[in-house]
Design a binder for this molecule. Sequence first.
Ligand SMILES: O=C(O)COP(=O)(O)O
Length: 207
Amino acid sequence: MSCPILFDMDGVIADSWEPFFSFWSEVLINLGAEEMATEEQILALFEGNFFEELSHKVPGNWMQPAFLSHARLAHLQFMKKCPSIPHVSEGLQHLSQDFPLYLVTSNFAEAAEHFLENQNIGCFREVLGMEHSFSKTDKIRTVMKQHSDQPCYFISDTSGDLHEARKAGAIPVAAAWGWHDRPTLEAANPAFILDTPPELLEFRTHI
Ligand SMILES: O=C(O)COP(=O)(O)O
């Protein structure tokens, strides 16, 4: 069996920064954390685990079921309309012929499924969203258990994800076309960096 390749969604496959930023900046303003509602500050939350960073920086009991159901509806709506990053789907299609692919996202699984369906991307064995766990390390470990004799790769555009992948025992791979810039990704010491989506077609050369 071939090794599993896990993909982050937002920024790597889905071109979702604009609606994501618009939703979360409004949430932060409504919570009275205006100073956090900038692109720079929200991107910085992804240098760790997004949910953990958020709860440290904006303490309080606000992530309750009512908030989560409002967030779910907003994410469902914007992910339905979200375009994919050009040339990523060709790379996914190509890799899925030889490797089991998984989607590991902090987004809602249902929102991710809508996006994949609208974009005609049908190559993932499973989608592990935030309902599965807020921790990407946990989600990566869940997949790794199904392929325990194989190395596992996790491709992401944020440094926090690369750290979580390493913690899970997976090989962290950076995608430099997404939300974090190259220096931020380099600081997380990925095994290698893919600069553009067509490089997914050459992924095998790195294994
Ligand atoms: O890169 C990130 O961490 C954000 O992407 P995700 O919402 O698909 O997890």
